[in-house]
Design a protein. Sequence first.
Length: 90
Amino acid sequence: MPKRQNSNKRNKQSNFAKLSIFQPNKYKFKKSCPLSIKGAPKIDYKNIKLLKKYVSENGKILPSRVTNVSQKKQRELSLSIKRARNLALL
């Protein structure tokens, strides 16, 4: 009988040991897009004040994972930033 108890201890793993690096995180929360909420400003190449928030100091467009902008709005942003650059507004 004592051997069974020893083998049970070896087979038991703590909850920490069961977690894997590749296991999805249950507690991850989604941040809402600042341009999709109610009352958000319209994305336009003439709205330079808005566009400057999404451009780095070097003039590069910031990625959506940094700014928490949705994919649809990110495409609109990049297009309007490129238009503003063409017209030398940025």
